[in-house]
Design a protein around this ligand. Structure first.
Ligand code: ACO
Length: 335
């Protein structure tokens, strides 16, 4: 059994924050942000906006494009690091889509690599597990965890959702040619949003046993990032990973129609493209409009490129995600 991508969709919040808007809350300016990152605007969830609803909207569009009924979905993978329920958001998406057959739905947490990991997981379920229609959604709302007083990180992130439908097909039509996935817990110190330890410790007695009163609500810290280290990590591992996956697929970078990287920084995208000798005309980027939307960035850029006619049927795409964990990975697939 093989698998192929048969539909995509995306959704972003209505509220837009420009670089000029940000310059009113932190000491920054449009020129610095544009030159150092390529980002000009980002979309941010506001008030009672729901990431789960955004994810469901993206997934619904992917199903419509694929002409697949929600009742025929047998797995929903929600790739997110910012779920609206600690126990997972995916079942809520399944409910919002109206999938009547109770398909399995669960979350995958792998930061900005989440979508690539979800795509590969979908392929494994289809190839080995008899699943037919798997929705892979990448959706994040990092704006909820950004330190809006830290000009070194708050300028980077935006919120959004993207989705693809991966479908079973005959082996000869298989559309996921190869993949490569990694993590390195050692590098976690460079990018993290960890639980506030003090709030957990206070319920423990001196011998470590619970003292018998209910805990206060726990919470996570804001995003703490060493931008330079993350930058170095990305430009080192991403070309290696893509080259390795291409080799496994029996391809070289000259065979790909599009390079589609996690949208974190235009300078990272340019450096990787240069290393792989992929000309800028074959590199997808929508970073200027949305900033870094974490697990959403790859399916969001894919969806825009498909709907604008850039990415066409049978095009070969090399996609790579990288980010917190640290995690990284690439997938070579046909649209
Ligand atoms: N506006 C103006 N000046 C700024 C800003 C800002 N927003 N931010 C930092 N500066 C200043 C610094 O204070 C520093 O000033 P100094 O020279 O007087 O000390 C100077 O600009 C240079 O700062 P650097 O941090 O060295 O700037 P750099 O070129 O490294 O760019 C950036 C910073 C944009 C964060 C870059 O390192 C980067 O993009 N790294 C990758 C980050 C990333 O992709 N993270 C997400 C990963 S995905 C995930 O899993 C969530």
């Amino acid at each position: 059994r093989g698998c192929k991508l048969v539909g995509c969709g995306s959704a972003v919040p209505g509220l837009q924050i420009s670089n000029d808007d940000l310059s009113k809350i932190v000491d920054t300016n449009d020129e610095w942000i544009s030159v150092r990152t390529g980002i000009r605007n980002r979309r941010v969830l506001s008030g009672k906006d729901s990431l789960t609803s955004l994810a469901a909207e993206a997934a619904k569009k992917a199903l419509e494009m694929a002409e697949v009924d929600p009742d025929d979905v047998d797995l929903v993978l929600m790739c997110t690091s910012t779920p609206e329920d600690l126990f997972g958001s995916a079942p809520q998406i399944q409910k919002k889509l109206g999938c009547k057959n109770n398909p399995l739905a669960y979350d995958i947490t792998a930061a900005c690599s989440g979508f690539v990991l979800g795509l590969v997981s979908a392929a494994c379920y289809i190839r080995g597990g008899g699943f037919k229609n798997v929705l892979v959604i990448g959706a994040d709302a990092l704006s909820r965890y950004v330190d809006w007083t830290d000009r070194g990180s708050c300028i980077l992130f935006g919120d959004g959702a993207g989705a693809v439908l991966v479908q079973a097909c005959d082996c000869e039509d298989d559309g996921l040619f190869a993949f490569d996935l990694h993590s390195d817990g050692e590098g976690q110190r460079h990018l993290r949003a960890t639980i506030m330890q003090n709030e957990v410790d206070h319920v423990l007695g001196t011998n470590g046993s619970a003292v018998g009163f209910p805990p206060k609500n726990s919470s996570y810290s804001c995003i703490q990032m060493n931008g330079k280290e993350v930058f170095r990590f990305a430009v080192r591992v991403v070309p290696q990973s893509i080259e390795y996956a291409l080799e496994k697929a029996g391809l070289t970078s000259s065979n790909i129609d599009w390079l589609l990287l996690h949208q974190a920084n235009q300078r990272i995208i340019d450096a990787v493209a240069t290393r792989l000798e992929v000309p800028s005309e074959r590199v997808l980027s929508n970073l200027a409009n949305y900033g870094n939307t974490s697990a959403a960035s790859i399916p969001l850029a894919l969806d825009e490129a498909v709907r604008s006619g850039k990415v066409q049927a049978s095009h070969t795409i090399a996609a790579a995600g990288f980010g917190a964990g640290l995690t990284w990975g690439s997938a070579i697939f046909r649209w």
